[in-house]
Design a protein around this ligand. Structure first.
Ligand SMILES: Cc1ncc(COP(=O)(O)O)c(C=O)c1O
Length: 346
């Protein structure tokens, strides 16, 4: 007999609701009228705030969601005969229903990786085909930070990949659906592992960290920003009432709330990993560096535990994923760990 399940679900960080400050911001921004499509005060204030955050002038575009942000950014980076190097388990490769291939009209060059991180050698290996007309030409590298396996690229790793890419004329894209979790994990300014390592376009996530919806596309290279403006509209990613996304981001950036929320989520994941790592039958499969815990469990226990408290199985044999968020409570983590312990008879 399993104990009471946790009050929250660990299935995904976007299973959580929105933060109270974001909800307040949505209510405040609802007052009165604003010009649509981004020509409003909130979007303009956010653009200034993003310039401050990155320590330079960047171009900020606001999109409906993460898949949309990724496909807009990637389209600006490659030509039709070029492809995008990414990992096999990247969201763009396995979780976007082929949207990147459809919108780019080109290939994703997906590479297996045990921790969802690309290495510079893997990137260099793909560059062998440059100049050979029969092969799709690698035109961009896409890295996810933090990754789909809850791991985090170091500044050095990103710098090496980015330098190798740029030296051969490739561009670099970062899927930052969980960039706040990465920033907290690295303990450095966001600029240090994005624009300063040579990322050309970043999808800056908000939804998983406490917003209702909305992601930002941050373009670091001014040469690319005009293309992004048109691609955004053409890809159905230009929200007319953009101020509602801008206001949410402003609420998140205020007083570094986005980092506090991500820090909490990361801490809850570390606590969960600590609590379950000593249970017989549980093997943690990835370092817990952000807000995800991956582990293998005895096969027969998985459906029973999923029915008790939902979560997803992952790529490895009997591998499962638990995600924490800004709203996960310590007692939820304890309840989950107790349930696992009870099911495994430990
Ligand atoms: C790594 C990553 N990128 C992007 C997204 C954004 O997806 P969506 O289009 O659902 O907002 C997600 C959401 O799960 C994700 O995990």
């Amino acid at each position: 007999m399993l104990p009471e399940p946790p009050k929250c679900t660990f299935a995904s960080d976007n299973a959580s609701g929105a933060s109270p400050e974001v909800l307040q911001a949505l209510s405040d921004v609802n007052e009165g009228y604003s010009i649509a499509y981004g020509d409003d005060k909130y979007t303009s204030d956010l653009r200034v705030a993003m310039n401050t955050l990155f320590g330079k002038e960047v171009s900020t575009f606001l999109a409906w969601g993460g898949t949309g942000a990724n496909i807009v950014g990637l389209q600006a980076l490659i030509s039709p005969w070029q492809g995008v190097i990414c990992t096999h388990s990247s969201h763009i490769n396995v979780d976007e229903c082929g949207a990147p291939e459809r919108f780019l009209g080109s290939k994703l060059i997906d590479i297996p990786s045990p921790n969802a991180k690309l290495t510079v050698d893997q990137v260099l290996d793909q560059l062998r085909v440059l100049g050979i007309v029969h092969h799709v030409q690698p035109g961009a590298v896409s890295v996810t930070q933090s990754t789909e396996y809850g791991t985090v690229y170091s500044v050095e790793e990103l710098k090496n990949i980015s330098n190798a890419a740029h030296e051969s004329g490739l561009r670099v894209h970062m899927d930052g659906a969980r960039i706040a979790n990465a920033a907290v994990s690295l303990g450095c300014d966001i600029a240090e592992f994005t624009t300063e390592v040579g990322i050309d376009i970043l999808s800056f996530g908000g939804t998983k960290n406490g917003m209702v919806y909305g992601e930002a596309i941050i373009v670091f290279d001014p040469e690319l920003s005009e293309a992004v403006e048109y691609l955004q509209k053409q890809s159905a990613q230009l929200p007319s009432k953009m101020r509602f996304i801008a206001a949410q981001f402003l609420a998140m950036l205020e007083d570094d709330r986005w980092l506090d929320y991500a820090r909490h989520a990361n801490d809850m994941a570390s606590l969960l990993a600590e609590k379950i790592s000593t249970i017989d039958g549980v093997t943690i499969t990835q370092p817990t560096q952000a807000n995800a815990v991956f582990a293998t469990l005895p096969k027969e226990s998985i459906p029973k535990l999923q029915e008790w408290s939902p979560f997803y199985t992952w790529e490895g044999e009997n591998e499962v994923r638990w995600m924490t968020s800004f709203s996960t409570q310590e007692e939820d983590v304890e309840a989950l760990a107790e349930g696992i312990k009870s099911e495994l008879g430990a």
